[in-house]
Design a protein around this ligand. Structure first.
Ligand code: THU
Length: 158
């Protein structure tokens, strides 16, 4: 028997330390959250993707009275990007969430289903997707999606 550990490397930046190059994508994710259709949860999530061709694609959560029919912001954005630019990798994703009149103080972390979908996109293009998780007090940055989803299921297992 042996005990093992996963390590998840990520960088934490205080708001004052955020590298300037991340700011436009963060601003877009915040803007996208404002367009969410979140009438049931009041939890407004925005995602912004930077594609390898320089395009920025946004998305937000789209809820439904039949709850499971709704979709998270990350998947809305990444499915749109993959459908419209099937040959273009996603370089970076920024995610922000707004509820009760303010953006979350701690960074928003994507749900398991979104991690799985983001990982598929990262694997599909064979390029790391940087992940920027926004909070008003601090942000987290990960170099790739793989680190967000330990013990992931992928096509190698099929
Ligand atoms: N949501 C997202 O859009 N992204 C996440 O990473 C977590 C949750 C949405 C789904 C639902 O509309 C609302 O937030 C509350 O769960």
């Amino acid at each position: 028997m042996r005990s093992l550990n996963w390590e998840i490397p990520y960088t934490e930046y205080l708001t004052s330390e955020i590298p300037a190059e991340y700011l436009p994508l963060i601003e877009e994710a915040k803007k996208q959250a404002m367009n969410a259709y979140a009438v049931y949860s009041n939890f407004h999530v925005g995602a912004a993707l930077l594609l390898e061709n320089g395009k920025i694609i946004g998305g937000n959560n789209q809820e439904n009275s039949a709850y499971p029919s709704g979709l998270c912001a990350e998947r809305t954005a990444v499915f749109y990007a993959n459908s419209q630019y099937p040959d273009v990798a996603v370089k970076t994703i920024a995610i922000a969430a707004y509820t009760n009149g303010e953006y979350l103080k701690d960074p928003i972390t994507p749900c398991g289903g979104c991690r799985q979908v983001l990982l598929e996109t990262e694997t599909r293009y064979g390029k790391n997707m940087k992940v920027i998780l926004y909070g008003t007090d601090k942000i987290y940055v990960l170099d790739n999606v793989r680190q967000l989803l330990p013990f992931s299921f992928d096509k190698e297992r099929l």
